[in-house]
Design a protein around this ligand. Sequence first.
Ligand code: 3PG
Ligand code: MG
Length: 395
Amino acid sequence: MSWKTLDDLDLAGKVVLTRVDLNVPMQDGAVSDATRIERIVPTVRDILAAGGTPVLLAHFGRPKGKVVADMSLEQIVSTVEEHLGVPVRFASDCIGAPVKDALADLPDGGVVLAENTRFHPGEEQNDADFAKALAEGGDIYCNDAFSAAHRAHASTEGLARLLPSCAGRLMAEELGALQAVLGDPPRPVVAVVGGAKVSTKLDLLGNLIDRMDHIVIGGGMANTFLAAQGIDVGKSLCEHDMTDTARAIMDKANGSGCTLHLPVDVVVAREFKAGAESETVAANACPEDAMILDAGPETVRAVAELFGQAKAVVWNGPLGAFEIEPFHAATKAAALTVAELTREGRLVSVAGGGDTVAALNISGAADHFTYVSSAGGAFLEWLEGKTLPGVAALG
Ligand code: 3PG
Ligand code: MG
């Protein structure tokens, strides 16, 4: 699939409706992680450099088609301004006069940030009239919100059909990184798939089995695979009703030349709390009153060896209960190995989706991966092999 970039359109004197993802976490009224804001800087800078005026369109939370004061984008204007380093004017609505007024009032080199698109019911309904009203605010559409591209909404999908459209820098970078590990990756290619439940990762595993040489399974979902092999996992988190499915996944992998790797040893405890007393046992020796909370050191050694032979790694999900010490140890050690091999230029590594970035940040490994996606759900859907409506509409 191919799409236009900012370099393919003449932006001089044009108002560029730029869909970004500013759905940033907040704590006590302040932005607690500005990563998503930092990542839109190249697109905004390049639009301004080409003589265009960016009008930023974004959602914030899930207001469900109503105005919800807590979910106003006005509260992040100063943070956006600080990161962009140019004047930002807020428009109190994403359609109609407020956008025009903000543009009229805009100093040279400035940017308009429009109010939460999801305050309008037409946004999530991808309503044609609402999309038209949005389109009237500008001349060109640039989608830089890969992390919202799994939503077929007016500002992520509908607009692309109404205006000359292109992908922003972040969108292009995200797609390039995913292409590098999933398109035609250097081999062997290894996926790390962790997280609590197999049931939420069925499509993902099904798709990755066809594309990966190895899949390392970690987190709570590994327990379900152990149980599927007849192993007693004690009080561990385990989807006992999914063991047939887990067996079918193992059979499919067997038949397609993809090797699944389960933990060979595990860290178990009687309590799920920080500093709980724990011990390391073989994966088939979880005491009946204990639960598996992390992969053990033998598993980490085996995984590190696998990474040492790999040319590409795609990482989604933690290997253990990483939020609680000491059960972050396997995730941390394995992620640091990938970081080190990446730094040495020996492999390409891409991570994203759900808890992944938080887990890699705790370990300090994220900085040295080749690419860490800003996307949660969109990254997962891409790993599932789905077509993202926001991406398809640009094609
Ligand atoms: C995200 O935070 O994952 C994106 O901004 C999409 O948000 P949504 O899950 O509310 O659509
Ligand atoms: Mg989401």
